[in-house]
Design a protein around this ligand. Sequence first.
Ligand SMILES: [Zn+2]
Length: 322
Amino acid sequence: MDIPEGAIEFNKAYDSQEKCLALLEKVRWPNGFICPNCGHDDGYRLKTRPLIQCTLCRSQASVTSGTVFHKSHLPLPVWFYIIFSTALDKGGGSSCRIAAELAIQQKTVWNILHKLRHAMGLRDELIRLAGFIELDEAVLGPHARRPTISAEDRVNQPDAKVKARGRKKKDGSRRKTQTDVLVLVEQERQSLGVTAMKVLDSVSADSIKEVLVRRIDENQYIKCDGLQAHHNALRGFNCSYEAVVCSGPAGLIELPIVHRAISLLKLSLMGTYFGVSKKHLQSYLNEFCFRLSRKDSSQPIWLSILRACVFATPITQAEINA
Ligand SMILES: [Zn+2]
């Protein structure tokens, strides 16, 4: 597969519905057509419509059926542009910017971005973390703590500004505007590996364990802080674990990888996604983790997003708005 480099080359390579369909077909059926209905591996193209008919069950399928692109009124080159533009921007896709570039409604792009993020989330759900894993919670919201910004991050995002405020009210209770996010990060060569983030309704053993079961293989090694909910979740999970009692700067030393991921997340949320509501936060986390987990991948991010869109169960408009 020829991988176009740069926006000009990309837009030229996928400037028509036919060219986009050809790439989707290569991604979906790299070894030739497989009937989505019966699994048979032989079909023929109809001359009148862009459909393939199975020679066994005679059902007709398009390469987009059952994918995120299914029944979309938006031309595929527009989808491809949004995917490429999103992949290119390390801060994440911005519906306002892309809508202005394409001269289409911001709401249309916003909906597409949510469909892409949903696909990214489903794709990542298939990846299980292994080896040495750090676990912690990120507390997000207008009253969350200032993120720890490294010198490198300051260079990359010099405009980032944070209001330093305490995470708890004076009486010690949590603010209603706060959102807790469980963060799991695989350590890879002393750096960030596969990363998973999940919005929690509450920081409880049950909600933490639910994420652990879905995202971590058994018999791995997990390091966390001394929160009772961590102990309770990990005791019932078949993994070795170490709980280090630490807070403040000590946490950065004991759990450096997960804290780096949380700092990067907060910086990202302050940039493109300033003012994300709790309702849509998981969607943004999906994109953030998808990108972070593939930062060292040899495959371009736009192709990974495209692949996610081809193999993900599409989300409906009603589900996005729910
Ligand atoms: Zn068939």
